[in-house]
Design a protein around this ligand. Sequence first.
Ligand SMILES: NC(=O)c1ccc[n+]([C@@H]2O[C@H](COP(=O)([O-])OP(=O)(O)OC[C@H]3O[C@@H](n4cnc5c(N)ncnc54)[C@H](O)[C@@H]3O)[C@@H](O)[C@H]2O)c1
Length: 423
Amino acid sequence: MKNKYRICIFGLGYVGLPLAIEFGKKIETVGYDINKKRISQLSKRNDFNNDIKPIEFQRSKKLIFTNDLNKIMSCNFYIICVPTPVDKKNSPDLFILKDATNKISKVLKKGDIVVYESTVYPGVTEEVCIPILSKNSKLQLNKDFYCGYSPERINPGDSSHTLKKITKIISGSNKFALNEIYKIYNKILLSRPYKVENIRIAEAAKIIENTQRDINISLMNEFSIILNKLGINTNSVLNAAKTKWNFLDFKPGLVGGHCIGVDPYYLTYKAKKIGVDPKVILAGRKTNDKMYKFIYLKLKEKLKKRNLNFRNLNILFLGVTFKENISDTRNSQSLKLVKLLLKNRSKIDIYDPFIKEINEIKKTTVISEWKKIKKYDLIIHAVKHKNFNIFYNKKNYIKYLTKKGFIYDIHNLFQKGKNVFFL
Ligand SMILES: NC(=O)c1ccc[n+]([C@@H]2O[C@H](COP(=O)([O-])OP(=O)(O)OC[C@H]3O[C@@H](n4cnc5c(N)ncnc54)[C@H](O)[C@@H]3O)[C@@H](O)[C@H]2O)c1
């Protein structure tokens, strides 16, 4: 191993920042991000994603933050953690990844190693990124510089599966790269990195992990749609089925965000390119993407039975982030549900302790303190943030309901009562 590696983490979001913090505890590390505001806040030890506590910044003594490319020139081990979204047609949008790679290619020197952590379809590192690096730098792969891919598995909002604790898959452009990448990551991880034979295996492993989860949730969503029509409680069925040793414990729900709801499209894109029709994956995506509409229609049906409509109700909406215990609203299905309700001129207060304001929605009040909650005709439990468990108890939730008020709980966590309906 080289005597002195100096790490650059390129892109300091949910993936890049925890990595930068851990590396900065052991090795000289520069955290680079294009977003000046992000750099300015991080330099003041403030993570607006609420992922990293100030004490962790303090412990990361060898870490500096910058948005100046000149300051990453002295680095020789680059880790790319920039977003890999999809476009309006759900095709991979590699613009940011290419831009980041272009920038790295300008500072690339002999002996440097570049590792990609951004989620991609199998082949992107070798077919898209490495050619940019070689062409611009005039350096040759595995002679002058080296590459690798190591997918990120962190789960924002999950305090048990943190970066240090999870097994990290690593791959390299040759044996030397693989061993160097192994040694570097091994410095910050509690369990040994898992080596795979080549970069494509590592890329594919990540993409199928999230696709499998998407499909399993979509199956549960489809079960819940069928069981709903049959008038059977989905949760009771799942609890019963779960008593079988090999029944997989997935739950129906709203799939949003930028991983599970996006990554399968990277795989289906590549599948189609090579002439495979990924029917199952796309069917799962379709089911999950429509789930918020199903919930909306269920609600509408319930109101109709009570001679009510959305317009004359005061609604409290619990949670608008794309999943529990985080502040991220990107591609949030519960936010889509709020928008649908607003189209029907509903009066909605949103209670989400992880959110201060929602720029996309103007006509609602966002409450971030439960003491400020009034009485409502309808409470919709959309995201199971840990703070919401105060409501689950019957004695507590009754206080927030008007006389005829009721609750629609898509997670089956409220205590049963005549005013509570489940997905
Ligand atoms: N968030 C997750 O749970 C998660 C988990 C595993 C993998 N991933 C993957 O990791 C990658 C990053 O995801 P994330 O959630 O950290 O994204 P993010 O949006 O939270 O952070 C990305 C960061 O990159 C910066 N950035 C954007 N364009 C840039 C550029 N051209 N140059 C430098 N910096 C730039 C942004 O300002 C931002 O701070 C994606 O490919 C994602 O699919 C995410």
